[in-house]
Design a protein. Structure first.
Length: 329
């Protein structure tokens, strides 16, 4: 039996959504050690899996790997469509577990497009493969335009920059009881609408923040500067999405971001992907205070929910129990 465990990821935003620039998308994010997607697989003569989505990924993985079948068990999943990358982490965990069960290399970056992953952002695939903070290079605008190519007819964006995240950094995540974020056809339609009318000037502002503030902050291990910078990237991205999600942040995320931003234990707060997950950047010695601030923010905004404090993950998904081998590539 092969067991694969993959943590979630935060998605801070895109570099560019305007058709006026040479490269489209280009995203930045960070890999987390929790919550986890955990999948096991054994070789079999056919595909067996009780989890509906996992079964579809298992069938595709068997085809891609040219093996007879696999007995796949989805032990744990990430919360779906909340902004933590649940779909990509599950798809790649299934692929990797089936591949290793048959003694094959998963080659996740190469095969992710065949599973419908990595179509816009490369953060999820990079987080699965190697962890850390990731900035991807996006796609040539002439290929993607407002619509991405048919499933499988793209390559995952290359990693433009990757940094280890300091071990003492923490990410407090508030998961409000709210409607799931955009996914599937709904997400495609929203992104098409955003790209068709995106202001190119915002991309120039974001590029400045990323190069002058985000990258230096993670390279030098400055959590205060990093938190403030990624929060600004998220705010600028929100100006592109405002018409699609009901504001710079989708409701009730705006109120949560404001509440978290007021806590001295949190360096910067924002919305991960389409939300409703809200993150705050903090450190190990302030994590307990940051957790309480997130709980109070959920209470003050009259929404229930869950709070997680996650460590950064500077390695690929794990194969085996405990501190097993790290996947790569």
């Amino acid at each position: 039996m092969t067991r694969v465990a993959a943590g979630g990821r935060l998605h801070f935003g895109f570099l560019n959504l305007s058709l006026a620039h040479e490269r489209l998308y280009g995203s930045l994010g960070v890999a987390l050690d929790e919550p986890l997607a955990v999948v096991t697989a054994d070789p079999a003569e056919a595909v067996r899996c009780d989890h509906e989505t996992g079964r579809e990924y298992a069938r595709r993985a068997v085809e891609l790997l040219d093996v007879r079948g696999a007995d796949v068990t989805v032990e744990r999943t990430l919360p779906r469509h909340v902004g933590l990358g649940s779909g990509t982490q599950l798809a790649l965990a299934v692929l990797a577990s089936v591949a290793r069960a048959h003694g094959r290399e998963p080659r996740v970056r190469e095969r992710a497009p065949e599973l419908g992953r990595g179509g816009r952002s490369g953060v999820g695939v990079a987080a699965f493969s190697s962890g850390g903070f990731v900035l991807d290079a996006g796609h040539p605008t002439e290929r993607f335009t407002a619509d991405r190519p048919p499933e499988g007819e793209w390559s995952v964006p290359p990693v433009a920059a990757r940094h280890e995240v300091p071990d003492d950094w923490r990410f407090v995540i508030a998961l409000p009881d709210a409607e799931p974020g955009r996914s599937g056809d709904g997400e495609d339609a929203s992104m098409r609408s955003v790209v068709e009318r995106a202001d190119p000037a915002l991309a120039d502002e974001i590029a400045t923040v990323v190069t002058r503030r985000v990258l230096p902050a993670v390279a030098t291990g400055d959590p205060e500067a990093f938190g403030a910078a990624v929060a600004e990237v998220g705010r600028l991205n929100g100006a592109w999405y405002a018409d699609e999600q009901g504001g710079v942040y989708r409701p009730p995320v705006g109120r949560l971001v404001s509440a978290l931003s007021e806590s001295p234990a949190i360096a910067g707060a924002g919305q991960s992907s389409w939300g409703p997950a809200v993150y705050g950047v903090t450190t190990a010695d302030r994590a307990a205070t940051a957790r309480e601030a997130a709980r109070e923010a959920l209470s003050a905004t009259d929404v229930g929910g869950e709070v997680v404090v996650a460590e950064p993950r500077n390695r690929g998904a794990r194969v085996g129990d405990g501190d097993g081998e790290a996947l790569s590539g």
